[in-house]
Design a protein around this ligand. Structure first.
Ligand code: NDP
Length: 446
């Protein structure tokens, strides 16, 4: 084992020692550090940044008190992790979900460093508040209380949050309103994912899902194939999943599953545009559950408390949450003929699942590359805000398409540089790391 390999292992041991309970964070760090080993053997000067890049520049934890509809006082915990600002202001979404912990925030913010490495820094935030089942008034009061503290730490040139699980257009609106009220200034660039009426960008809501489908198409084209006529499994029924279904349909594929935390639906006839409109209304307006799809469309079946990975298909897009495909699920995917997996969600595949993809030559689009269309289009929203311009839908969609092709090519090239051609997971980590590490080396020990 080389000296740099030993050093990488020491850095990882220190991460474990410092925060022994942060298992999701450990998983994210381990995956990146392992993939950097071949690079560090070739270019050992980069080892100098390792023990800094795994430690957040700042992690803010705060109390979020609010009153529910019965006037009972509730308290949630709020977080903002400003992980790395070497190449630009921190940027990353806010997640509102009961499972949110500091470990989840740190894993997401850490991943964001490498995903954002085109031009911005890495951060993430959120709360263990779950908007599901809460009234409009409760969601608004929670968002206002959350922003009252968060506003001390963000700004268009400092840290720019966006949406993630449980934070969509409605929540961004309430957060922006409270920020504007507190600061007495119209700083459009402080949040992305805004509605068009107050500074949002065309295609931002669609961007992560569309971008993920574009990335899959690019992977397949490099193997002389495409999404046309492919049977596709999608998990989730939220922002990313909805627009992934829409773009896969437009590219000629047939999506046969969607899910939420209650279970999944399987529609052998495909989730076409009309059925997708039903899902969008169900989830975004009625705030209903995915089983209602199977009540509405008689050909569809609902599987309670199950995930869709044992349905025969050609391609899979996990678009719900972390660790939603484990080793057993991956074996089912392979046995049922899945040719590729492209990650819309962050870290949806466990390390065991990824090993099984590689052993079976499943094409693998890792989250840091495949779902980067969201943050890339957020950067386009920020550009439009500072130029005080708005670009057309077609214009932004074209830019997104080109960005996804560039991300694919950069990851493919970086994988070749370290002797792992075709391994886009290694490539995406190395491409992102090099950009950030060069900036850290240039800026001295800060
Ligand atoms: P949404 O809240 O819009 O949708 C999340 C979906 O995933 C819902 O259907 C939800 O079901 C389901 N889900 C959430 N947690 C679980 C769980 N523990 N088990 C099973 N299902 C679950 O979030 P997004 O679509 O925005 O985000 C989905 C994923 O994509 C996340 O991993 C996020 O980090 C990632 N991502 C999002 C980006 C964005 O631009 N929004 C950008 C890049 C990545 P239910 O309603 O029952 O909770």
């Amino acid at each position: 084992m080389s000296t740099t390999d030993n050093y990488v292992d020491e850095v990882y041991q220190e991460v474990l020692r410092r925060d022994p309970d942060q298992t999701e964070f450990h998983q994210a760090v381990y995956e990146v550090l392992q993939s950097l080993k071949p690079l560090l053997r070739l270019e050992p000067q980069y080892a100098d940044v390792l023990n800094r890049i795994v430690e957040p520049e700042r992690a803010i934890v705060f109390r979020v008190p609010w009153a529910d509809d019965d006037n009972a006082i509730r308290v949630n915990r709020g977080f903002r992790v400003q992980f790395n600002g070497a190449i630009g202001p921190y940027k990353g979404g806010l997640r509102f979900h009961e499972s949110v912990t500091l470990s989840i925030m740190k894993f997401l913010a850490f991943e964001q460093i490498f995903k954002n490495s085109l031009s911005i820094g890495g951060g993430k935030g959120g709360s263990d508040f779950d908007p599901k089942g809460r009234s409009e008034g409760e969601v608004m009061r929670f968002c206002q209380s959350f922003m009252t503290e968060l506003s001390h730490h963000i700004g268009a040139n400092t840290d720019i949050p966006a949406g993630d699980i449980g934070v969509g257009g409605r929540e961004i609106g309430y957060l922006f309103g409270q920020f504007r009220r507190l600061k007495k200034t119209y700083e459009a660039g402080v949040l992305t994912g805004k509605a068009l009426s107050y500074g949002g960008s065309e295609i931002r809501p669609e961007a992560t899902g569309y971008g993920c489908a574009y990335f899959a198409q690019e992977m397949l084209e490099h193997h002389g194939d495409s999404l046309k006529d492919k049977r596709v499994l999608i998990s989730g029924a939220g922002n990313v999943a909805q627009f992934c279904v829409e773009k896969v349909n437009q590219l000629g594929g047939k999506c046969v599953t969607m899910s939420d935390s209650g279970g999944y639906i399987y529609d052998e006839n495909g989730i076409d545009a009309e059925k997708l409109a039903f899902v969008m209304d169900l989830k975004n307006n009625q705030r209903g559950r995915i089983y209602e799809y199977a009540e509405r469309y008689k050909g569809a079946k609902y599987y309670k408390d199950e995930r869709p990975w044992n349905v025969p298909a050609d391609f899979a897009f996990p678009c719900a949450t972390q660790n939603e495909i484990d080793g057993e699920d991956a074996k089912h995917l392979v046995a049922n003929g899945v040719r590729g997996v492209c990650e819309g969600a962050n870290m949806p595949s466990t390390p065991d699942a990824i090993a099984i993809y590689h052993q079976n030559e499943v094409l693998f689009g890792p989250a840091k590359a495949a779902n980067a269309g969201g943050v890339a289009t957020s950067a386009l929203e920020m550009s439009q805000n500072s130029l005080r311009m708005s670009w057309s839908r077609d214009d932004v969609d074209q830019r997104l398409r080109h960005i996804m092709v560039d991300i694919f090519n950069n990851a493919a090239k970086a994988a070749e540089r370290v002797g792992s051609p075709g391994n886009l997971a290694v490539g995406a980590n190395i491409a992102g790391f090099l950009k950030v590490a060069d900036a850290m080396l240039a800026q001295g020990v800060v």
